[in-house]
Design a protein around this ligand. Structure first.
Ligand SMILES: [Zn+2]
Length: 299
């Protein structure tokens, strides 16, 4: 479960108690994959077929296809069929996912419901007391700002404050605005994919082709030890740098919530990202009650 230490608006500073570890949030789960071998982090995530000794590990069981053998701690399979699907299929996906979740009350689960916010809300209500919930089709939702805002605010409002909310596949530029809607956990899949295709994550969370860069705007150990040429020579170096940017971002977000400066960080980073800016403007324009609920007012 997630212990909340503080708020800045709806953004939450917390400690997630998982597998006997205390993980500071907001944070990201590092994908346990060959590309990240040797990179240490607070917590890891891997699909069920990956054998790894990394800990603490969240096993993501994926989809329900092929049956479910649940042995390790993690996120139960979702039975959804994607985002843009007919309502009947989305309803079926929710129903099957909830039926499985009932059999494993201690496990994390997936909030299905396709592109229907009311179904997502219904699913989240039924899973409201889980310690960990993942939002299905996270990466696709991130490309639909209005739907993203609608789904996340509804899910956050009906789930327990002590539920850690995980949005898989989010681009780093959206981490701050997602945290502002109450998302606690992200992953590194976007940053790793960027690195493997030669894209460098800047401190302002822009993804740029490394081969067009002359200087590195980052002072992490990877960037300062070798410069552009060393980074180009191995995708492993670029993976390490991109992960370092995520780690630094999460530390900045936590410290900003702690010190009351989260709004400034959010605005600054949204100015550098049209996608984050679009989400933030919708949130400001259409979700006043949600934002006000978390804003402390003086008597
Ligand atoms: Zn760097």
């Amino acid at each position: 479960m997630l212990e909340i230490l503080g708020h800045s608006g709806p953004a939450r500073l917390g400690v997630w108690h998982y597998a006997d570890k205390k993980i500071p949030t907001p944070n990201f789960l590092l994908n346990a994959a060959p590309a990240t071998t040797g990179i240490k982090h607070d917590a890891y995530i891997a699909p069920r077929w990956v054998r790894t000794s990394r800990a603490p590990l969240v096993v993501h069981y994926g989809t329900l296809v092929g049956g479910a053998k649940i042995r390790r701690q993690g996120i139960l399979p979702g039975a959804g069929f994607g985002l843009d699907i007919p309502r009947e299929l989305a309803e079926l996906g929710v129903e099957r996912t909830l039926a499985l979740a009932e059999r494993y009350p201690e496990q994390g689960a997936v909030v299905e419901g396709g592109r229907y916010p009311d179904l997502r809300e219904l699913a989240a209500r039924r899973l409201a007391s889980r310690s960990l919930l993942a939002i299905a089709s996270g990466a696709k939702l991130c490309r639909r700002p209005r739907l993203l805002v609608e789904v996340l605010t509804r899910v956050r409002e009906v789930t327990s404050p002590n539920t850690a909310l995980y949005l898989p596949g989010a681009p780093p530029a959206l981490f701050p605005v997602l945290a502002y809607m109450g998302v606690d956990l992200f992953d590194a899949s976007h940053a790793i994919r960027d690195a493997l295709t030669g894209r460098y994550l800047t401190p302002l969370l822009q993804s740029r082709p490394l081969d067009r860069m002359r200087e590195l705007p980052c002072t992490c150990p990877v960037c300062t030890s070798g410069g552009v040429d060393a980074l180009r020579s191995s995708s492993g170096h670029l993976v390490r740098h991109n992960i370092w940017v995520l780690r630094s971002l999460c530390a900045q977000m936590r410290e900003a919530i702690r010190s009351g400066g989260f709004a400034e960080l959010l605005e600054m980073l949204a100015d550098a990202s049209p996608a984050a800016n679009a989400v933030l403007r919708i949130l400001y324009r259409e979700k006043h009650p949600f934002l006000e609920k978390y804003t402390r007012t003086l008597p």
